[in-house]
Design a protein around this ligand. Sequence first.
Ligand SMILES: CC(C)(COP(=O)(O)OP(=O)(O)OC[C@H]1O[C@@H](n2cnc3c(N)ncnc32)[C@H](O)[C@@H]1OP(=O)(O)O)[C@@H](O)C(=O)NCCC(=O)NCCS
Length: 170
Amino acid sequence: MAETDADVVLRAPSEKDGARIHQLIQACPPLDVNSLYAYLLLTTHFSQTSLVAEQQGRIVGFVSAYIPPSKSDVLFVWQVAVHEQCRGQALGIRMLKRLLRRASLARIQYVETTVSPDNPASRAMFARVAEHYSTDLNEEAWFGAEHFGPQQHAEEPLLRIGPLPTRAAI
Ligand SMILES: CC(C)(COP(=O)(O)OP(=O)(O)OC[C@H]1O[C@@H](n2cnc3c(N)ncnc32)[C@H](O)[C@@H]1OP(=O)(O)O)[C@@H](O)C(=O)NCCC(=O)NCCS
């Protein structure tokens, strides 16, 4: 069910949102722009673990995430995007908190993500999430620059936040 924060509706995405999400990601460097087809899969197969923020019919925020097959208590957050005009209003952190409050994600105890060292906004947002839940944030090496082959891509270390409080406290 969709929930509203002021005039921004936070809800699970559907395939009708795929093209608009693709456009939002294009407008949100330094995010990697995946294929439109990849966003269609995220809005369907992974809609229970993903979220869009809609304001007056416009998609202004998106979180893609999934539960890794071998880690049933982890929510791996792939991309978080907030439209430039909506930044600095806690929308990023609100989307993550709302996602973690879903009944279907009650068993999640850890949030994992990767954040390149040169993305202060993303780092600050995930640090704020850990602070909000009064829990730990640990970092370890994961995807090094060498894993991206000839692409000039910064390393993507793994951030792990948790354990999260029991669902009642979220
Ligand atoms: C990262 C992003 C999603 C943050 O969205 P946002 O809605 O502006 O973030 P919030 O307002 O929820 O901020 C959360 C915290 O991060 C901090 N923060 C946000 N942007 C920041 C920046 N550019 N520099 C430093 N800190 C920043 C905020 O101050 C806030 O901390 P506070 O509560 O202690 O003040 C947004 O900047 C974005 O879409 N960037 C481009 C795409 C990207 O890099 N995504 C992340 C990679 S997955």
